[in-house]
Design a binder for this molecule. Structure first.
Ligand code: GTP
Ligand code: SPV
Ligand code: MN
Length: 612
C-alpha cells in the first residue's frame, strides 16, 4: 500500500489492506495512489452514515450550505470557470484517428497517457482519494455494467451516490475478476501543507478523455457535471456506445417514459433531444389532455437491447436526476418540483434565498425581493444578470420522482414503441413529423439540428448538426455510428421496431419571436398523435420530409393557440427546406466516406421531392 503520512480523520477509512481481492482493481488503485500521492484513501461503502458524513464535511469546508427549507438538501456554487461540459477538451483516444471520426477531438492514446500521467502526478497531494465502486443500471442485470471512479472530490462522491448505485454491494458483486471501467478523476488542485482550500477547487487545464478500445476514462481539472461524474456521459454514452456497436445494441442520449391512454393502453416512448432541450421535462410530463398519464423511467440516458420477442427494450442506467434548474417551475414541470422538494438534493449554481431555500429564473413568475446569486453577490429583481447560471442543476435521487414507473426496477427494461428525435430550432422543423420507416428515421436522427445551449461551454444559440442528440457523446466515428443504426434496423423484424418521429417544441413566430407551441404539459397532445399513428387511427399528410398531422388530427381541444399559429407550427415550408438541404449536404460531406449510402439515397429523395 502507498505510504500514508497523515493520521486518518474519523471519516476516512485508510486501508492498509484493500476491502476487495479483485487483483486488477487493487493494482489500479495502488498505481493511481502512488501517482497522485493523496494523504488518505477512502473506499466508498455507500452507507447513509458515510454519505451524511461527507455532506457534513462539505458544509464544514464551506463548499455546501445546508438548506433550511428542504429536507437534507444542499446549495453549492462552482468556480465560475467550471460550469458546464467542456467539449473542446473532450477526447476520444482511439488507436486509429479514423475511429474517432471527424466529430470528436482525437489524440494518440500513447501521447495522451503521457500528458495525463504528468497532470495526475502529485495532483491529490493534501487531499483524500475516494474509490467509488459503481454500477450503471441494475446490479442484478444479466451482465452488470461495473465501473470504479477514483476521485479527489467529495462533491463528486456525494453526486455519484445519487446518480448511480455505489458502494460495498457493488464491490462485492465485482468479486475477484469481473470487468469494470476504470474511471480516473482528479480536480487537479493539490494542497501544500498549511495551504487553505477554496470552496470549489479545480484546474484551468482540463481534459476529459475516453480510451474506447480499452474502455477507460481519465478526467482532469473539472469538478462539474458530465466532466466529473464519470458514470454519466463518459461511461454510459461514450464508452457504452462503443460497447453497443461491438455487441449490437444502442446507448443513447434519451429519456424513457411510459404513456397510458384513457383506455388504459400502455406505450413506452424514448426521446433524444440535445442537452438542455427538454428531456427531463418530457420525461415528467403532466399532460393537459384529460385521461392521459405519463410516468418516468429515465430523463437522460437509455440503453436499448433486443429482447427475445424481437422488440427493442430500454433501461435507464442512472439512479438519479441531474436536471437543468432554470425554467423548472410549478407551471412547467411540477413533478420535478415535487422531486426536489422531497429532499436529498444538491443544487449547484442556483441562487439562495434569505430563508435558506433555492430559487432560479422560471421557478416562480415573480422573483424574491432579495437573493444571493450563484456568484455569492446580492441580487434583486433589478439586477442585470440572472441569479442562476443557465446550466445550474439539481441532483436528486430518481426515487423522489412522484411519477416514477414501477418498471424502473425491472432490469429487463421496457419495450419501446416510438422514438422521438427533437431539437431546438426557431424555423424549418415542424412540431411533429413521422418517418416513413427505420432508415428514414435514422436519416432524421443523423441530420438532427439544434441551437447550442449553456449545457456546454461555448457560444449559445448557434445551429449545429447534433445527430441523435449524441454529437458530444458518440465514442467512435459518427459515420460508423449511423451505419450501426441502419444495421440495427436491418437485422430486426421491421414490424417490431419502434416508429421514429421528429419533434420541435421551439419553433418561433417570425413576426414577434414568440414560441409557436406552448410546450411542456401541452406536449402530451403530440404524444397522443404519436400513439394514434402507431394504432393507425390518426390522419397524416405526406410532405417532402415525412408525414405531418392532417388538419384536425392533432387534439387541440381546449388549447389556447390560434389556428394560424398552429398552422405555422406544423408547416413544412419548401423554401426553408431548400435552404436546409445544403446544410445537410455539408454535414454528410464532413462525415465523408463513412456516410452510409442509404442516408445519401435518403438525401437524394428529399432533394427530388423538393424539386432540387
Ligand atoms: P440535459 O439534462 O442537459 O440533457 O437537458 P434536457 O434535455 O433534460 O432538458 P430540460 O428538460 O432540462 O429542459 C431544458 C430547458 O428547456 C429548460 O429551461 C426547460 O424549461 C426548457 N423546455 C423544456 N421543454 C420545453 C418546451 O416544451 N417548450 C419550451 N419552450 N421550453 C422547454
Ligand atoms: C448534458 O449536458 O446533456 C447533461 C448534463 O445531461 S451533464 O451531466 O453535464 O452532461
Ligand atoms: Mn443530457
Amino acid at each position: 500500500m502507498t505510504a500514508l503520512d497523515e493520521t486518518p480523520t474519523e471519516l476516512d477509512t485508510v486501508t492498509t489492506t484493500h476491502p476487495t481481492s479483485h487483483a486488477k482493481l487493487i493494482a489500479w488503485v495502488d498505481e493511481m495512489a502512488a501517482l497522485t500521492t493523496p494523504d488518505r484513501i477512502h473506499w466508498i461503502t455507500g452507507t447513509p452514515e458515510e454519505h451524511q458524513a461527507l455532506l457534513d464535511e462539505l458544509v464544514a469546508a464551506g463548499t455546501f450550505t445546508k438548506l433550511d427549507k428542504k429536507p437534507n438538501s444542499y446549495w453549492c456554487a462552482s468556480d465560475p470557470t467550471d460550469v458546464a461540459r467542456v467539449e473542446d477538451r473532450t477526447f476520444i483516444c482511439s488507436v486509429d484517428e479514423e475511429d474517432a471520426g471527424p466529430t470528436n477531438n482525437w489524440m494518440d492514446p500513447g501521447e495522451m497517457r503521457v500528458i495525463m500521467r504528468d497532470l495526475y502526478r502529485g495532483s491529490m497531494k493534501g487531499r483524500t482519494m475516494y474509490v467509488i465502486p459503481f454500477v450503471m443500471g441494475h446490479l442484478d442485470a444479466e451482465k452488470p455494467m461495473f465501473g470504479v471512479e477514483i476521485t479527489d472530490s467529495p462533491y463528486v462522491v456525494v453526486s455519484m451516490n445519487v446518480m448511480a448505485r455505489t458502494g460495498t454491494k457493488v464491490l462485492e458483486a465485482l468479486g475477484t475478476d469481473a470487468d469494470f471501467v476504470p474511471a480516473m478523476h482528479s480536480i487537479g488542485a493539490p494542497l501544500e501543507p498549511g495551504q487553505a482550500d477554496v470552496a470549489w477547487p479545480c484546474n484551468d487545464t482540463k481534459y476529459i478523455v475516453q480510451f474506447p478500445e480499452s474502455r477507460e476514462i481519465q478526467s482532469f481539472g473539472s469538478g462539474y457535471g458530465g466532466n466529473a461524474l464519470l458514470g454519466k456521459k463518459c461511461y454510459s454514452l461514450r464508452i457504452a456506445s462503443v460497447m453497443a456497436r461491438d455487441e449490437g445494441w444502442l446507448a443513447e442520449h434519451m429519456l424513457i417514459l411510459k404513456l397510458t391512454s384513457p383506455q388504459g393502453t400502455v406505450n413506452y416512448i424514448a426521446a433524444a433531444f440535445p442537452s438542455a432541450c427538454g428531456k427531463t421535462n418530457l420525461a415528467m410530463l403532466e399532460p393537459t389532455i384529460p385521461g392521459w398519464k405519463v410516468e418516468t423511467l429515465g430523463d437522460d440516458i437509455a440503453w436499448m437491447r433486443f429482447g427475445k420477442d424481437g422488440r427493442l427494450y430500454a433501461t435507464n442506467p442512472e439512479n438519479g436526476l441531474f436536471g437543468v434548474a432554470p425554467g423548472t417551475g410549478w407551471d412547467t414541470n411540477p413533478n420535478a418540483m415535487r422531486a426536489i422538494d422531497a429532499g436529498g438534493s444538491v443544487f449547484t449554481n442556483v441562487a439562495l434565498t434569505d430563508d435558506g431555500d433555492v430559487w432560479w429564473e422560471g421557478m416562480t413568475p415573480e422573483a424574491p425581493a432579495h437573493l444571493t446569486d450563484w456568484k455569492g453577490r446580492d441580487w434583486t429583481p433589478d439586477s442585470t444578470e440572472p441569479s442562476s447560471h443557465p446550466n445550474s442543476r439539481f441532483c436528486t435521487p430518481i426515487r423522489n420522482c412522484p411519477i416514477l414507473a414501477e418498471e424502473y426496477d425491472d432490469p429487463q427494461g421496457v419495450p419501446i414503441s416510438a422514438i422521438l428525435f427533437g431539437g431546438r430550432r426557431k424555423t424549418t422543423i415542424p412540431l411533429v413529423t413521422e418517418s416513413r420507416d427505420w432508415t428514414h428515421g435514422t436519416f432524421m436522427g443523423a441530420t438532427l439540428s439544434s441551437e447550442t445551449t449553456a449545457a456546454a461551454v461555448g457560444a449559445v444559440g448557434v445551429v449545429r448538426r447534433d445527430p441523435m442528440a449524441m454529437l458530444p457523446f458518440i465514442g467512435y466515428n459518427a459515420g460508423d455510428y449511423f451505419q450501426h443504426w441502419i444495421n440495427v434496423g436491418k437485422d430486426a423484424d421491421s414490424t417490431k421496431l419502434p416508429k421514429i418521429f421528429y419533434v420541435n417544441w421551439f419553433r418561433r413566430d417570425a413576426e414577434d419571436g414568440s414560441f409557436l407551441w406552448p410546450g411542456f404539459g401541452e406536449n402530451g397532445r403530440v404524444l397522443k398523435w404519436v400513439v394514434e399513428r402507431l394504432e393507425g387511427t390518426a390522419a397524416a399528410v405526406e410532405t417532402p420530409i415525412g408525414h405531418v398531422p392532417a388538419p384536425g388530427s392533432l387534439d387541440v381541444d381546449g388549447l389556447d393557440v390560434s389556428a394560424e399559429q398552429l398552422e405555422k407550427a406544423l408547416a413544412v415550408d419548401p423554401e426553408e427546406w431548400k435552404a436546409e438541404v445544403p446544410l445537410i449536404q455539408e454535414w454528410f460531406d464532413k462525415i465523408g466516406d463513412k456516410t452510409p449510402t442509404t442516408l445519401l439515397t435518403e438525401l437524394d429523395g428529399l432533394k427530388a421531392r423538393l424539386g432540387l
